[in-house]
Design a protein around this ligand. Structure first.
Ligand code: SF4
Ligand code: SF4
Length: 298
């Protein structure tokens, strides 16, 4: 008797637009599951993820690579992961993602071609989710988030934003697992389309420095004991589970290594959060059903 259950293969297309490859590097450095597990094994019961296009790791280029995108766009049922913002000025010419028979293909045209037929789209990283650094002022390339591209082109494909500069690998693979095993409608998203499982709480709520904040004991210089609020920590207005999930195989995270949170998972990042080491003011922090007005804390 064959005890093997049949598995559904899910084609995954990973497009990289206006970005730094940080999101790809971060997610490819996943610890559990490892990238070997992800690419070669079945990490989700009943499903096999098949990365058919991933610019950072695929061997194909030119005609061979672009043929895959062309063929995929005419099919249905694939997951589209978009990493990076989408430049729109001059018909998107500032971001060419491939070439076929001498013709250049822009990120903009590939997103418009592939997104409508995808079963779902994941905007991976803050540039794809909210514009991020790629769309920072003065934004000479007219870069937009995936959500804004969807809005202006009336694309209705389900969209999940997984921000982060870069995003944690668990946020991507955990979300894929939840969508495939439970169904898209069961994955709770916040108002910014971020999965609540990872972005449901403020960094500040679970920060190990929180007792210092409540006591009003603030570090004056990097390396001092105390809360990093005065040194520009954006944890009170930033939603992510970094304090409990931690990074690099759970070894550490920004605040754990003495650096303020820069608010990288927020749509205001980087233009509207102030400088990395600039203190936030006038912020109301919801925590344990109390409101804390941080500007009054000394
Ligand atoms: S301000 Fe930053 S360092 Fe201080 S408790 Fe909040 S998150 Fe932690
Ligand atoms: S601690 Fe803050 S800046 Fe660092 S990854 Fe988490 S949300 Fe981003």
């Amino acid at each position: 008797m064959n005890s093997k259950k049949s598995k559904k293969t899910i084609p995954v297309v990973y497009l990289q637009g206006a970005a730094c490859t940080g999101c790809a590097t971060s997610t490819l450095c996943s610890s559990y599951p490892s990238i070997k597990n992800i690419l070669l094994q079945d990490i989700i019961p009943g499903f096999k993820l098949e990365f058919i296009f991933h610019p950072t790791i695929m061997a194909a280029s030119g005609n061979l690579a672009m043929d895959i995108l062309e063929k995929t766009a005419s099919e249905k049922g694939y997951v589209l992961i978009i990493d990076g913002a989408v430049p729109t000025k001059e018909n998107g010419i500032f971001c060419v993602i491939g070439e076929k028979n001498g013709k250049k293909y822009t990120m903009l045209e590939e997103v418009l071609k592939l997104a409508p037929n995808a079963s779902m789209v994941i905007a991976l990283g803050t540039c794809a989710s909210f514009g991020g650094i790629a769309a920072a002022l003065p934004n000479p390339t007219g870069s937009l988030s995936v959500g804004d591209i969807f809005l202006s082109n009336k694309i209705k494909t389900p969209l999940i934003n997984i921000p982060g500069c870069p995003p944690h690998p668990d946020w991507l693979f955990g979300t894929l697992e939840a969508v495939l095993t439970k169904g898209l409608e069961k994955v709770q998203l916040d108002d910014l389309k971020r999965p609540k499982a990872y972005f449901g709480k403020l960094v500040h709520e679970n920060c190990p420095n929180r007792a210092y904040f409540d006591e009003g004991k603030f570090a004056k210089r990097l390396g001092d004991e105390g809360c990093l609020y005065e040194l520009g920590c954006k944890g009170p207005i930033t939603y992510s589970d970094c304090p409990t999930r931690r990074w690099n195989n759970k070894i550490n995270w920004a605040i754990g290594s003495g650096s303020p949170c820069s608010g990288c998972t927020q749509p205001e990042y980087p233009d509207y959060l102030g400088d990395f080491y600039e203190k936030i003011i006038d912020v109301e922090v919801p925590a344990n059903e109390k409101k804390i007005v941080t500007k009054n804390k000394k």
